[in-house]
Write a protein that binds this ligand. Structure first.
Ligand code: 4AD
Ligand code: MG
Length: 462
């Protein structure tokens, strides 16, 4: 007999038929005659109830049906008389596939803290919350590819190992095969990376953008979707050292086209989850964040506010709020400032543009005022910055000047500069932090709980 998933069984219209179920026992209760076994196989948040008449089963086998064990059940799918479920399985055969000692199984019926569950990240998938989060994570990954595919964008695989350190998005992780105890040295006593694997110093990438631009300047519209790495020692609920980023890059787009795309994209992803993941969202709305569904619906319907960095600084300066970090034109905004603008002042998502050039990357399009660049950050409730992007500087001389000012060696980026020599065009792009998006959509408040195995300072266990 072919195995049916719990999802298929709970949605089956045809009753009173023989089915084969396999899954993990969540709970078992009952009396001397009957056992009620809640089985979950991860395909859906709900369990299916298996009812076993103990008289027809071997006592030995039934003893082994405990929380955490895996079982295979053959039985009849029937309408349930009990409360809480529409259907259940009247078991005819039960086989224990894998035992689990309930005395030491770490997941007990009582709720566990997310901190504790992080220590057992290998088992936390078996909880309702993490099942929901990772099913939603999957749905969003799929929706992202669907969105861009439907729009005619091409998925471009940009490299993970890179020799350029120019983006300036953060400290990098070195990639090397040299013996750390005995590296080859130059005459000056420095490590000689010309003898390293790639013949030069290399790192894990902080972003696929620069290579993404090369693709867009031939294919019109591309996106990357891959892991990126930042070696900052920041222990916040919004930073991990390894995260996934979606980076669309579009030729012939200016900053307004870029903002329109970012807003449409985010709304599409929220709508997609509302349409396809309601079971999981309802669970999270009940158990994790009571304002979740309301917030998702609200953001999905509202136009985002579009303001300049300069206007935002004025508003922050005028507010009575006591901020931990100073507010002054020229300083970068902190999460507390971003959240004030979104949650208290505008009360909706905000796209800020035209940031001071000194706090932004070299590649951003310079405005005529000589002070600001055509950057755009999308700020979200509860999250702060969810997207960072810009129109790119497509004029060769301006780009070269900026690189000189910032001490970025041209020979490291000769290939990037060539796109500005041969048929340069206006273009734009942005990066969406995948985990920040999932935080927003699931209501989970710590980024470590939306990536299966988080990498943070001091943590790389699983
Ligand atoms: O603002 P960032 O640094 O922008 C870039 O990397 C550009 N190259 C993107 C582009 O224009 N193609 O990062 C983009 C987004 C942030 O808005 C945030 O959502 C996320 O990536 N992000 C992180 N997420 C988790 N942990 C970290 N340490 C993150 N750093 C950035
Ligand atoms: Mg940024």
């Amino acid at each position: 007999m072919k195995r049916s998933t719990v999802k298929e069984l709970l949605r089956a219209t045809e009753k009173d038929k023989q089915v084969l179920l396999k899954g993990w026992v969540r709970t078992r209760r009952g009396n001397n005659q009957l056992a009620f076994i809640a089985v979950n196989d991860g395909t859906i948040i709900h369990n299916i109830q298996v009812v076993a008449d103990l008289a027809s089963f071997s006592e030995e086998e039934m003893k082994r049906v405990t929380t955490g064990s895996s079982i295979s059940v053959i039985g009849t799918l029937v309408e349930s008389m009990g409360k809480g479920q529409n259907v259940e399985i009247q078991a005819k055969e039960i086989e224990v596939l894998g035992d689990s000692d309930p005395e030491v199984y770490p997941l007990q019926k009582k709720g566990h803290s997310f901190e504790f569950l992080r220590e057992i990240a290998h088992l936390r998938f078996r909880t309702n919350t993490f099942g929901a989060v990772f099913r939603i994570r999957h749905a969003l990954a799929y929706a992202i590819h669907k969105y861009y595919n439907d729009k005619g964008f091409f998925y471009l695989h940009t490299p993970i190992v890179t020799a350029s350190d120019a983006e300036g998005a953060g400290a990098m992780f070195r990639v090397s095969t040299l013996d750390p105890k005995n590296p080859p040295l130059s005459k000056e006593g420095e490590v000689d990376y010309s003898q390293d694997f790639f013949g030069r110093p290399t790192n894990l990438t902080v972003s696929g953008q620069l290579e993404g631009e090369l693709g867009a300047l031939a294919l019109s519209s591309i996106y990357t979707f891959g892991p990126t790495f930042r070696a900052e020692n920041s222990n916040t609920p919004r930073h991990v050292a390894e995260f996934w980023m979606i980076e669309p890059e579009m030729a012939f787009y200016d900053i307004t086209d870029n903002m329109d795309l970012a807003e449409d994209f985010l709304k599409y992803l929220i709508q997609y989850t509302l349409e396809h993941c309601m079971d999981d969202l309802e669970f999270l709305n009940k158990m994790v964040d009571k304002g979740l569904l309301e917030r998702l619906n609200f953001v999905q319907k509202q136009p985002f506010e579009r303001k300049s960095y300069t206007e935002a600084v004025e508003i922050l300066k005028k507010s009575d709020k006591k901020f931990e970090f100073p507010v002054k034109w020229g300083l970068d905004l902190q999460a507390e400032h971003e959240r004030y603008l979104v949650e208290e002042h505008y009360k909706r998502p905000v796209i800020l543009t035209d940031y001071p050039r000194d706090i932004k990357a070299f590649y951003m399009k310079q405005n005529d005022d000589g002070k600001t660049v055509r950057a755009m950050d999308v700020l979200f409730p509860t999250i702060g910055e969810i997207i960072g992007g810009s129109q790119r500087e497509e004029e060769l001389d301006k780009l070269q000047n900026r690189m000189k000012e910032m001490n970025i060696p041209e020979d490291e980026l000769w290939w990037y500069l060539e796109t500005r020599k041969f048929g340069t065009v206006e273009h734009s792009g942005f990066g969406l932090g995948f985990e920040r998006l999932i935080m927003f959509i699931t209501g989970m408040s710590n980024i470590r709980d939306v990536i299966p195995f988080p990498r943070t300072p001091g943590h790389a266990e699983f």
